[in-house]
Ligand binder design. Structure first.
Ligand SMILES: *[C@@H]1O[C@H](CO)[C@@H](O)[C@H](O)[C@H]1NC(C)=O
Ligand SMILES: *[C@@H]1O[C@H](CO)[C@@H](O)[C@H](O)[C@H]1NC(C)=O
Ligand SMILES: *[C@@H]1O[C@H](CO)[C@@H](O)[C@H](O)[C@H]1NC(C)=O
Ligand SMILES: *[C@@H]1O[C@H](CO)[C@@H](O)[C@H](O)[C@H]1NC(C)=O
Ligand SMILES: *[C@@H]1O[C@H](CO)[C@@H](O)[C@H](O)[C@H]1NC(C)=O
Ligand SMILES: *[C@@H]1O[C@H](CO)[C@@H](O)[C@H](O)[C@H]1NC(C)=O
Ligand SMILES: *[C@@H]1O[C@H](CO)[C@@H](O)[C@H](O)[C@H]1NC(C)=O
Length: 341
């Protein structure tokens, strides 16, 4: 991990020498899934000319490599993945980050997301919460952050806005909030599948929550050949940039192809950490011509019984416990959705 500290130092320098990067029309983001085997990869996404202006990582705390970057350089959006029904740990942790008890500068958090697919079971990567439990957790852990610090809160990230979870949640929440509406400021969503799935998801959420900014916090077209993946990438990026309801998006992708659970071609890095075409385009650069997975490197060479694909070295390996499920199972859930629509 010697390398990690030198990259940290570099990021520290960047933090003090660069102003906020120019962002495209919409806020382009990063799904930060650090891999403990290649901590140096984290710095790629925040290089000086990067258009990426925000990130999330399924966790309440920052990604270590970005700890020194101020919010106006790279906005960290904490997530309460699930739980919090009978405790206020998330509230305490985020409050401590914003306003350290020991004094000193806090982090100016402005947005928070809560609950990763509470309407889906654990086996599909959901946080499997009843509307009533989620409402309790929301009132305990999120409302105070909105009321005390003016932090904008995302609606729980549901798989299906018409699936019958959101309305009881809002009713239960209002019941616990002295009858007042539990307000939310933006609506996060996932979209995995062909371009029609992305359009359909955005259409459904836009009509369910008119006027609310939509955040497409994980999206992509898994397990396709390079041409199809690149066509999808181009088409989806143009669509997201042009859709008036979409405020932010983040491609699922910031990992090496060898550890991808969505097929090699969605990965923004090749097996050695070089940017692929998609990786470079996402950072506003030119095509690199670097294949995500060289044809003479069969995936089976890298995935063995001792190091199976999708386990010890997978993209989500450093995202512990349930959070693993959110990446791996989330794709499964959306694979199903893709089949259904
Ligand atoms: C949050 O992350 C930072 C950076 O990795 C770390 O220094 C800090 O100890 C973490 N806070 C807690 C409470 O775990
Ligand atoms: C929360 O506490 C209540 C009352 O003690 C208990 O019935 C419930 O099972 C708890 N819920 C969770 C998710 O821990
Ligand atoms: C709060 O931070 C502590 C210390 O890092 C950690 O153990 C705990 O899991 C965190 N709780 C939540 C809900 O984020
Ligand atoms: C939550 O809402 C459901 C459906 O509206 C209702 O049946 C239930 O009684 C509510 N629970 C609580 C704790 O308010
Ligand atoms: C890539 O996949 C698409 C859609 O499945 C298919 O039509 C096309 O022929 C494939 N291209 C190559 C080069 O395999
Ligand atoms: C995608 O867009 C890039 C320019 O950003 C272009 O070079 C490339 O040919 C496009 N690929 C496809 C398959 O449309
Ligand atoms: C990819 O990275 C490796 C290791 O850093 C380097 O040796 C190689 O030249 C790079 N390949 C390309 C196509 O950039």
């Amino acid at each position: 991990m010697r390398k990690a500290s030198s990259w940290l130092a570099l990021v520290g320098v960047l933090a003090t020498t660069t102003a906020a990067a120019d962002t495209p029309g919409k806020l382009r983001g990063l799904v930060s899934v650090s891999n403990k085997d290649w901590p140096e990869d984290d710095a790629i996404w925040v290089r000086e000319d990067s258009p990426i202006s925000w990130y999330h990582n399924f966790h309440w705390n920052v990604t270590a490599t970005y700890a020194a970057l101020p919010q106006d350089r790279l906005e960290f959006v904490p997530t309460l993945w699930g739980g919090g029904v009978n405790d206020t740990e998330f509230l305490a942790n985020v409050t401590e980050m914003i306003r350290p008890a020991g004094g000193g500068d806090g982090r100016a958090i402005t947005h928070i997301m809560a609950f990763n697919m509470p309407d889906q079971p654990y086996e599909y990567g959901g946080s499997q919460m009843t509307p009533a439990d989620a409402a309790r957790a929301w009132v305990r852990n999120l409302l105070p952050l909105r009321e005390d610090f003016g932090i904008k809160i995302g609606l729980p990230l549901v798989g299906d806005p018409r699936g019958g979870w959101v309305d009881p949640f809002l009713r239960n929440c209002s019941g616990l909030n002295k009858g007042k509406d539990c307000e939310f400021d933006f609506v996060p969503l996932h979209a995995f599948g062909h371009f029609g799935v992305l359009k359909d998801q955005i259409g459904k959420f836009a009509s369910a929550f008119p006027g609310k900014p939509l955040w497409v916090v994980e999206y992509g077209y898994p397990d396709q050949n390079l041409t199809t993946t690149q066509q999808y990438f181009n088409e989806s990026l143009a669509y997201l940039e042009g859709h008036e309801a979409v405020a932010r998006y983040s491609w699922f992708g910031a990992f090496r192809s060898t550890v991808s659970n969505v097929g090699a071609n969605m990965a923004m890095l090749d097996p050695w950490g070089n940017l692929t075409d998609i990786g470079s385009w996402y950072l506003g650069g030119e095509a690199t011509g670097t294949p995500a997975m060289p044809s003479d490197m069969p995936r089976t060479d890298l995935c063995t019984v001792d190091n199976p694909c999708g386990s010890s070295k997978n993209a989500a390996a450093t995202v512990a416990g349930l959070q693993d499920l959110s990446l791996w199972g989330g794709i499964v859930a959306f694979g199903l959705l893709f089949v259904l629509v």
